[in-house]
Design a protein around this ligand. Sequence first.
Ligand SMILES: [Fe+2]
Length: 365
Amino acid sequence: MSAQAEATHDPWDGSIAGYGTYRLVEPVLRERDLHAIMALCERVGTYRMASAEMSSTEIGAGLPERFECFYDLARQRGNENDKPYDPTHVDWLDFERAFTCQFRETYADLAFVARDESRHPEADSLLYHEAFVAGARDLLDRPVIVPVAVLANLYVAGQWLGPHTDITEFRGVNRSTTPQWLLICMHHSRLFDEWRLPIATAVNFFNVCEGGEFRFYPDGPGGAPVTAPQRPNTALLMDTDSIYHEVRPIYDPEGLPAPLERGQVLRFGDDRKWRVVGSDGAVVGTYGWDEMRFSVSWKAYCFRDETERQTWSDRSNDLTIEFITGRLTEDLMDRGLLGSPNPDNVTLARAIVDAYYHAPPVEYH
Ligand SMILES: [Fe+2]
């Protein structure tokens, strides 16, 4: 933490409750810092949807970045043998609404922005939160905690997020070079543990509305889910790359899903209303703060020691895509889950998701 950050923020005086694989932090922020975050949320004012891009790499060609979620949906509906997986597929709109239409903005990202160039200093109270750093050290049993990001998420009435795990990072490969579904399945395969960088995530609940509960599966996808307390200014700290989690539908009086489609944006207006606006400028929906869910995710890299941190930084011992596909193919062949050592990319992708990715059942609207 910089001297400036230490000087501007009073010591935190809340509590951390331990529950095996997760921690509950409460309260997260003092009144002053909480007001600053809420004001920041409004001032940033424009939130875009998570990407619904198609991957352009060889192994991901023609597949959505979150293919594991899409294929899981198709599999549950008996459509797993359909081809190709593209926006004309019968399940595509449901997939987008469940997994890629969430509104978000980055408040801090130290992977790309130097400390002194903090985009939004109001987010420093979260980025350098001492309970998150101490909790991550304890929870993941790794002493070197490096906060890297503060990410805002907004949901409107009728919106939700299906069960998933977050995007894992490995030495030498990340989401700019490797499809997101592959990174996620690599982690669940456990075949690349020695290259994985554990990431601690604190999910902060700031604006709590009716519905929109954060539900997670600390005992695995087949275990009993746990629902986070619906109290503002609390946070759950856990490894969201490993623990499946979801956001249940925000209450809508008609019980309908929000009319969301790719390319819309969410804007805060002078009348203090949130509006979903289509790419043609038309307003699709208008929402008061009482119909909104606002959460912020804090993320930190967790290293065993300074040497491991250095290895991460200097790019030594990096993975390559050839090594990854070779190792996965070998494991799938050994387990009789792949008929040929040189399958086409869709066959390989489906075999990988079938073998390693098993999310809790999705409850669609
Ligand atoms: Fe997540």
